[in-house]
Design a protein around this ligand. Structure first.
Ligand SMILES: C[S@@+](CC[C@H](N)C(=O)[O-])C[C@H]1O[C@@H](n2cnc3c(N)ncnc32)[C@H](O)[C@@H]1O
Length: 286
């Protein structure tokens, strides 16, 4: 009997946006407000990201690549950990986010932390291979995550580490207690899928690793409950970033989105952040 088609590993080639078959337009857009939202995202998930990277063995002298680095918050932390004998390169498709990332470098004068424009799927990334290739909340936005993960592995030294974190906001969310949250996550899933991404990618990461020839050394899921105020703000800020894409795709009317942003801002009960799946693997030496 022929094996069942594994939809997980199928490339979603029918997507209308990718320029090169890999990069979908980033659904959350490129704006100062989105850059500010990325700081809130880091306030929510930064401590668990750092714990993951420590678990993966981040050490002085490592050369690290952060793909889809956004405003470079993790890239800068990697730079601190590896010191001047190592390096951290952050790449992203957004000039605006990278300008903010570089601004932070200048303030702290860290020449071993660099940023460059590059497409995760196709862009030129110099000075490979790296000791660590990392991506947080990137693959769920891409039409071809399996191909990009394979590329991440190819950019890693034998014995080096590939580390990926991505959210899973499919059904079964522990956070969606209120109707406003339920509708928010419904719209989030619809617009990310419309842009060729996969809002439930997190749960698929371990299988993607295996398919890329990588045996996970660690698989975990985190769903932070602190800092509560940042977790509370993340949903309305995310919806505000998604507003233009939602309206363009006619997935919701402006009035509904605006009312929902207001409703999410006014929710004051405690929620847990959307589950973030964390995986790292060591590239085989053979
Ligand atoms: C949710 S943000 C995460 C940013 C950062 N990794 C973090 O956790 O703070 C996703 C980032 O991926 C970038 N991005 C989207 N598509 C990309 C692509 N094809 N190549 C490189 N970066 C991309 C976006 O510009 C955005 O900065």
């Amino acid at each position: 009997m022929a094996p069942a088609t594994d939809s997980l590993l199928e490339e979603r080639r029918d997507h209308p946006h990718p320029a090169d078959g890999t990069a979908a337009a980033y659904a959350l857009g490129e704006s100062d407000a989105e850059a500010a939202r990325l700081r809130v995202l880091d306030a929510v998930y930064g401590s668990t990201s750092r714990a993951l990277l420590v678990d993966a063995g981040i050490a002085v002298g490592w050369r690290c690549l952060d793909i889809g680095c956004g405003t470079g918050l993790v890239t800068h932390w990697l730079g601190e950990k590896v010191g001047a004998s190592g390096g951290a390169l952050g790449v992203d498709i957004s000039d605006l986010f990278l300008a903010q990332a570089r601004g932070a470098s200048k303030q702290h004068v860290v020449p071993h932390v660099q940023f460059a424009v590059s497409d995760a799927g196709a862009g030129n990334i110099g000075e490979a291979p790296f000791d660590l290739v990392y991506a947080r909340c990137l693959l769920s936005h891409l039409a071809q995550p399996a191909r990009v993960l394979q590329r991440m592995a190819a950019l890693t030294k034998p014995g080096g580490v590939i580390c990926v974190e991505d959210i899973d906001c499919g059904t079964g969310l522990p956070v969606a207690a209120s109707p406003a949250h339920l509708r928010y996550w419904q719209l989030y899933r619809a617009v990310i899928a419309h842009h060729g991404g996969d809002p439930s990618l997190g749960r698929k990461l371990p299988r993607l690793f295996h398919a890329a020839g990588l045996k996970p050394a660690h698989v975990g899921v985190v769903s932070p409950t602190e800092p509560a105020e940042d977790i509370r703000r993340l949903s309305p800020l995310t919806l505000a970033s998604l507003r233009p894409a939602l309206l363009r795709a006619q997935l919701a009317a402006a009035a509904e989105v605006d009312d929902l942003i207001g409703a999410l801002h006014s929710i004051d009960h405690t929620t847990a952040a959307c589950p973030m799946v964390q995986v790292w693997a060591r590239k085989s030496i053979a």
